[in-house]
Design a binder for this molecule. Structure first.
Ligand SMILES: Cc1cc2nc3c(=O)[nH]c(=O)nc-3n(C[C@H](O)[C@H](O)[C@H](O)COP(=O)(O)OP(=O)(O)OC[C@H]3O[C@@H](n4cnc5c(N)ncnc54)[C@H](O)[C@@H]3O)c2cc1C
Length: 455
């Protein structure tokens, strides 16, 4: 899509960062093959896709795409619409668990002496008489308690919320929160092992069917998010219809209906807009705004986070003369991947290393063979839940089940049937009494019903 829009530099940086992450964050960022059908009566046609994929290959320094004729493509992607099908391409991209990527980066920062707090937000940038940044006021969300932290530089990386702390210095450029939503289906719903992408007939946006964590995620949408940014974003009826129409159009004989969906989830992209173009035509480039010690970095993509961080640090440097950002520093310290315990396979070890870094040792050492087994229908180990409960700043059950592991999204009814076992597993490491557990379970199930059910 970025190539089609002529955004060569963004594509190049994204591909470069992707390749780097595949190397540095094995088990967390993994290569993934995609199949995309080509039709004689639809654009993009074979030639333009071939051209785009060649450029993609050039950027990643490897030849990684191939065209399959109609028969072979249909064998690999059964149920794909046959009318006017010429065949299709296979190409390589990558996938990640976005929450775990963010947590891995935070955990690396903690190992370097950083300090991270959740359930708190900056409500004010403090300035001295000259107007230079002098600190921030932080408010604890649940108690309402405030605290001032003194500093000469603040990096405001608050995504779609960035303009609340730092109004855009460019009157014609503002953040435009765009919602993207997914439906989650069980793995059996799609009879093909690879990811598939096709161009939605309504607007020719690429839509993805992706095997992920033992299930299949299907999306995404790209619509203006007009709701209150402080509330959890939720998929709308219109987005559900858009996604199901796309599916029925390209897979008319696939008997998948909305009733099969396990859950849904939505997120907000911080996109910078000058001309209010169609959402998917808006640039995904980032900006850096600097105002006397306040550095705002927003826009951009998850894939390019290292580039964004480097730009933010460069901009903050004049305010922190004694700190020198390292060039090309490896983000994730490399953890020796020697298999020391025959209770886990090499694939599980790789997964645990990618997601938890050195934490994998504790996960394996402290777990019984039953806890090192998968939660049914998923790639998640029971032991991961206890590790996250113990070490990853869990305040509410939803933190644990929706954002540390993704059981709430990838098992039916938010994992309701597993909650008894999860409680037993985590009770020794969470300071919750029976009453607190009851409240948390009720709050979690209600939250799941409101934000993630597809009823
Ligand atoms: C559906 C969807 C699909 C996507 N797919 C891709 C993809 O395939 N590849 C890709 O590279 N990118 C993708 N993205 C984009 C990517 O997720 C975003 O670019 C990325 O999340 C932006 O990160 P951020 O940290 O700048 O902002 P956010 O992720 O929005 O994080 C900002 C954080 O700041 C916090 N915050 C807000 N106000 C305050 C405050 N006052 N004090 C403290 N904290 C505050 C918020 O709670 C939030 O946690 C996708 C996005 C969506 C929604």
């Amino acid at each position: 899509r970025y190539l089609k829009e002529g955004r060569l530099y963004l594509t190049y940086i994204s591909v470069r960062e992707r390749e780097r992450l595949i190397k540095e964050a094995q088990g967390l960022v993994e290569p993934l093959d995609f199949m995309t059908p080509v039709y004689s009566n639809r654009r993009p046609g074979r030639l333009s896709l071939e051209a785009g994929l060649r450029i993609y290959d050039l950027m990643s320094h490897r030849r990684d795409h191939r065209f399959y004729g109609q028969n072979e493509f249909s064998m690999r992607v059964p149920c794909v619409k046959q009318e006017n099908l010429q065949g299709g391409f296979r190409f390589r991209d990558a996938q990640v668990d976005d929450a775990r990527l963010v947590l891995r980066v935070i955990n690396e920062a903690l190992l370097w002496g950083g300090h991270a707090i959740n359930y708190a937000g900056v409500i004010e940038i403090s300035r001295n008489a000259r107007g230079d940044v002098a600190g921030v006021v932080i408010k604890e969300n649940e108690t309402g308690e405030t605290k001032q932290v003194l500093t000469r530089a603040v990096i405001n990386a608050t995504g779609s919320w960035a303009e609340k702390l730092h109004p855009s210095p460019d009157q014609s450029l503002h953040l435009r929160p765009l919602r993207g939503s997914h439906l989650v289906f069980p793995g059996w719903a799609f009879p093909f092992p690879e990811a598939v992408t096709f161009f939605h007939p309504a607007d020719r946006r690429p839509i993805f069917i992706i095997p992920w964590e033992g299930v299949v995620i299907y999306g995404t949408t790209d619509v203006d998010h007009k709701n209150d940014l402080s509330l959890e974003p939720v998929i709308s009826e219109g987005e559900i219809s858009y996604l199901m129409d796309g599916l029925n159009s390209f897979f008319p004989s696939l008997e998948v209906s909305l009733k099969d969906a396990i859950s849904s989830y939505a997120g907000i992209r911080p996109v910078l807009s000058r001309k209010q173009l169609a959402p998917s035509k808006e640039s995904r480039e980032h900006v850096v705004w600097i105002d006397r010690g306040l550095v705002t970095i927003t826009g951009g993509k998850l894939t390019t986070f290292r580039e964004l961080a480097a730009d933010a640090l460069k901009a903050a440097m004049p305010f922190l003369p004694s700190v020198k950002p390292a060039e090309n520093e490896v983000i994730f310290r490399q953890i020796p991947d020697v298999l020391t315990d025959n209770r886990v396979s090499a694939a599980v070890l790789r997964r645990l290393t990618g997601r938890y870094g050195d934490g994998k040792r504790e996960i394996i050492k402290d777990s019984s063979p039953e806890d090192l087994s998968n939660i049914p229908g998923t790639n998640t180990l029971w032991a991961e839940i206890r590790y996250a409960a113990k070490h990853e700043a869990i305040r509410h059950l939803e933190d644990l089940l929706l954002r540390r592991v993704r059981i709430g999204l990838i098992t039916p009814e938010g994992g309701k049937e597993h909650i008894g076992r999860i409680k037993k597993l985590c009770a020794p490491v969470l300071p919750w009494d029976e009453g607190k557990w009851d409240t948390e379970i009720n709050m979690y199930l209600e939250k799941w019903r409101q934000a993630h059910s597809v009823a």
